[in-house]
Design a protein around this ligand. Structure first.
Ligand code: NAD
Length: 441
């Protein structure tokens, strides 16, 4: 089979590379000339564990190609994936201009039957719009080429994207014809050998499934953060409560860790977009509205603790920040809680010295020279009045606290991810604050 993947970001590049890995001929297309030039040199636009090796292996094998030319990429393709961004528009709805531009381009250039698949996260009704764009472009050319549209939302997690793609919990595909179903079954067959299910459904249901999944996950996070905040007020320990409820199989142990709010390129925009889709159709997503407002507030909780500890006089205090990306094992800074926390620290007159194992280059686009970037986690601590743990990178989980204490001016740790043991830190002479557990007694 031959496929094209349009958009070589976190989703497109992983999708294309994983299909190449199982022997399929793949062309990844992007309008960003620099990205494509760099990919030709083996330089990846994103950090994703294991991806660089996999890209170079498949390029060497001649199965993975990169191009800026849509015409070249979709020539003779059996399937074309649209994997470009769908950022939030000003009103919160998903902005479809990139998706529809690609659809138009496909209609202008396709030369044979193919299945055109939206892999981007798109609202219900988008596949129908994609179909119309392609039909109009074909009509303009006077071309009579058959095609199908399909919806195949992506569920990979940044930081574990390759594993998620190669060994998916499930593959969801929305189709409207038996021919498209057959093509998609054949394409995904190599990923289903271990019994992972491919779930075929109608296209609107597939489009909705992605939003429902992300909204449910965001709800778990905000719910748990709400419980954590109440635990702290009432003198309960949210870690105990988490274990207590997680052992109920109906609730489960995953995704119920309290913290400083969800970020990233998906949950915030997808929750917003679903609220908007509902309101445009006369329905109010009451739970999701609360999920969003709890999350906005949670991003400020760590700063509030700092403020409470130091009083209003934060001017001139040096804050060390460990972790900038929205979660570990990615360089993605989109909607990262670190940005909110650092803004608040800077507004209060603090200086910030930050360290992140991979996201510092990406962070410079939004933070510039307003903070200093340390050469490692210990460098960030020199003369710091406090340490704020913002992203739970494995590197930060078990530092030598004697060294930490020696480097810092004041021994205060604000742990936004609950990765340390309060008792151990108290014994080592630290003031320690975390989420959902009172540690000041
Ligand atoms: P991204 O911003 O990392 O990548 C998008 C890429 O598309 C960019 O490289 C951009 O240059 C390219 N592009 C834009 N217009 C183009 C055009 N006309 N032709 C060719 N290329 C074009 O985005 P992403 O994080 O990969 O997300 C893509 C989609 O997948 C979004 O809808 C997102 O919601 C969804 N998604 C993302 C994740 C994730 O973890 N990042 C997971 C599941 C689904």
């Amino acid at each position: 089979m031959k496929i094209a993947v349009v958009g070589t970001g976190y989703v497109g590049l992983v999708t294309g590379t994983c299909f190449a890995e199982v022997g399929i001929d793949v062309t990844c297309i992007d309008i960003d000339q620099k990205k494509i030039d760099n990919l030709h040199k083996g330089i990846l636009p994103i950090y994703e564990p294991g991806l660089e090796e996999m890209v170079s292996r498949n390029v060497e094998k001649g199965r993975l190609h990169f191009s800026t030319s849509l015409a070249e990429g979709i020539k003779d393709a059996d399937v074309a994936f649209i994997a470009v961004g769908t950022p939030p528009g000003e009103d919160g709805s998903a902005d479809l201009k990139y998706v529809l531009a690609v659809a138009r381009g496909i209609g202008e250039n396709m030369n044979n039957y193919g299945v055109i698949v939206t892999k981007s996260t798109v609202p219900v009704g988008t596949a129908a719009k994609v179909r119309t764009e392609i039909e109009q472009a074909l009509a303009k050319r006077g071309a009579d080429i058959e095609f199908d549209v399909a919806s195949n939302p992506e569920f990979l997690k940044e930081g574990a994207a390759i594993d998620d793609f190669l060994k998916p919990d499930r593959i969801v595909v929305g189709v409207a014809s038996a021919r498209a179903e057959e093509v998609m079954s054949k394409l995904y067959k190599p990923f289903l050998l271990n019994g992972h299910p491919i779930i075929f459904m109608d296209i609107p249901s597939a489009e909705m499934t992605k939003y429902a999944a992300n909204s449910m996950l965001a709800t778990k996070i905000s719910f748990m953060n709400d419980i954590a905040n109440l635990c702290e007020i009432m003198g309960a320990d949210v870690n105990m409560v988490r274990k207590g409820i997680g052992s109920d199989a109906r609730i489960g142990t995953k995704f119920i860790y309290p913290g400083i709010g969800y970020g990233g390129s998906c949950f915030p925009k997808d929750v917003k977009a679903l609220i908007k889709t509902a309101s445009e159709n006369g329905y109010e997503m009451q739970v999701l509205k609360a999920v969003e407002s709890v999350n906005d507030a949670q991003k400020e909780v760590l700063f509030d603790k700092v403020y409470k500890h130091f009083g209003s006089d934060l001017k001139g205090k040096k804050m060390a920040v460990w972790g900038l990306s929205f979660k570990p094992k990615t360089d993605d800074m989109r909607e990262a809680p670190s940005l909110v926390i650092i803004d608040k620290l800077l507004d209060a007159g603090c200086t910030v010295s930050a360290y992140d194992p991979v996201a510092m280059e990406e962070a410079k686009h939004s933070l510039g020279d307003r903070i200093t970037y340390a050469k490692d986690e210990f460098d960030a601590l020199i003369d710091a009045d406090a340490l704020l743990v913002v992203t739970e990178w494995p590197d930060f989980r078990s530092p030598n606290f004697d060294v930490v204490a020696r480097l810092m001016k004041q021994k205060a740790i604000f742990d936004g991810r609950n990765i340390y043991d309060a008792k151990e830190l108290h014994e080592a002479g630290f003031t320690y604050h975390c989420i959902g557990i009172r540690t000041d007694h």
